[in-house]
Design a protein around this ligand. Structure first.
Ligand SMILES: Nc1ncnc2c1ncn2[C@@H]1O[C@H](COP(=O)(O)OP(=O)(O)OP(=O)(O)O)[C@@H](O)[C@H]1O
Ligand SMILES: [Mg+2]
Length: 293
């Protein structure tokens, strides 16, 4: 081999090396970004646990006093029924109305309590712990929670939820905290898509709709989250599960939601997460998980 060849080889090797160093540099940047994101998320977790603890006490107060007041109302009704005063009927009507109102307060207070309880156990327990979970209740509560989250940022936002939940499902073995995050992300995405459609397209009579369904399918359970939002085009649909793929403006999406959801369903629950969509018409995500995890 003569020396000019050697020099050429060396130059070539040098060029490759500097290319590799550049690649490594940008990869490190990505890793650093991810690390920062993760630590931010961990901080949010701690903050959430703190807030949940603070909310739980006043919430207990609301629920306990609602229960006590319901007992008092029952006693009052008994006394009124025994009394012979002429105004009894009117008062009884009022007492009935008070009864209905307190029942509503208790119902919603208990709902909040369940959400706080679920979230608290999730922040405490090992994320990989399998817990027998009332799947339908989880779907309904966390869909609404995701919706409230979007509404918190946009008071004009509204969507019609349709729940088709198979009552035969009962408790399903889930890694509840991770699974909940999947539902929140999917419903969040659906809310975003219907909101974008109602804002971008000027379609009179458009009613934003999200359907959440659960159904037994042999030894599996299928959960569908379907929206009539902007939809996804054929060439984009292949990319939606890629980490960091997002069509949302900077600051609004990290593009991690679906890739993390995919990992949670595939790896942690030995299930499948798939999507079908038609641009401008609908998007449907289907989660299938085995019942005997
Ligand atoms: N229901 C949907 N309708 C239309 N497009 C969707 C829907 N769900 C997901 N997408 C598309 O897939 C992309 C990736 O979704 P993903 O949940 O992974 O990230 P993101 O929502 O953009 O950000 P993040 O979830 O991290 O906040 C979205 O930016 C959007 O383009
Ligand atoms: Mg998302």
């Amino acid at each position: 081999m003569d020396s000019s060849n050697e020099i050429e080889d060396l130059q070539q090797a040098n060029a490759t090396l500097s290319e590799n160093i550049q690649k490594l540099g940008s990869e490190m940047e990505l890793v650093q970004q991810r690390f920062e994101q993760q630590s931010k998320l961990a901080g949010i977790g701690q903050l959430t646990a703190g807030i949940l603890h603070e909310i739980r006490n006043p919430l207990n107060f609301v629920n306990n006093f609602s229960r006590l007041t319901l007992d008092l109302v029952t006693e009052m009704k008994e006394l009124l029924n025994a009394s012979e005063s002429t105004e009894t009927e009117e008062v009884l009507e009022l007492v009935d109305m008070v009864n209905v109102n307190i029942n509503r307060i208790l119902e919603n207070g208990s709902r909040a309590e369940r959400i706080v309880q679920t979230m608290l156990t999730q922040t405490r327990t090992d994320a990989n712990q399998v817990i027998p979970t009332d799947l339908n209740q989880l779907l309904e509560e966390f869909s609404k929670l995701a919706y409230q989250g979007v509404r918190g940022n946009d008071k004009e936002f509204n969507v019609k939820f349709i729940f088709r939940l198979d009552p035969g499902i009962g408790k399903v073995n889930l890694m509840a905290s991770e699974f909940t995050r999947v539902i929140i992300n999917l419903v969040n995405n659906a809310c975003y898509a219907v909101n974008a459609r109602s804002k971008e397209q000027n379609e009179p009579g458009y009613v934003p709709e999200i359907m959440v369904s659960s159904a037994l399918n042999g030894d599996w359970v299928d959960i569908r989250i379907r929206d009539n939002g902007i939809g996804i085009s054929q060439d984009t649909v292949e990319k939606v599960f890629n980490p960091f793929f997002t069509t949302k403006p900077p600051g609004e999406g990290t593009g991690l939601g679906l890739s993390l959801s995919m990992a949670t369903i595939n790896e942690m629950h030995k299930g499948k997460l798939t999507v079908t969509s038609e641009k401008g018409v609908f998007t449907e995500f289907v989660i299938s998980i085995p019942l005997n995890l």
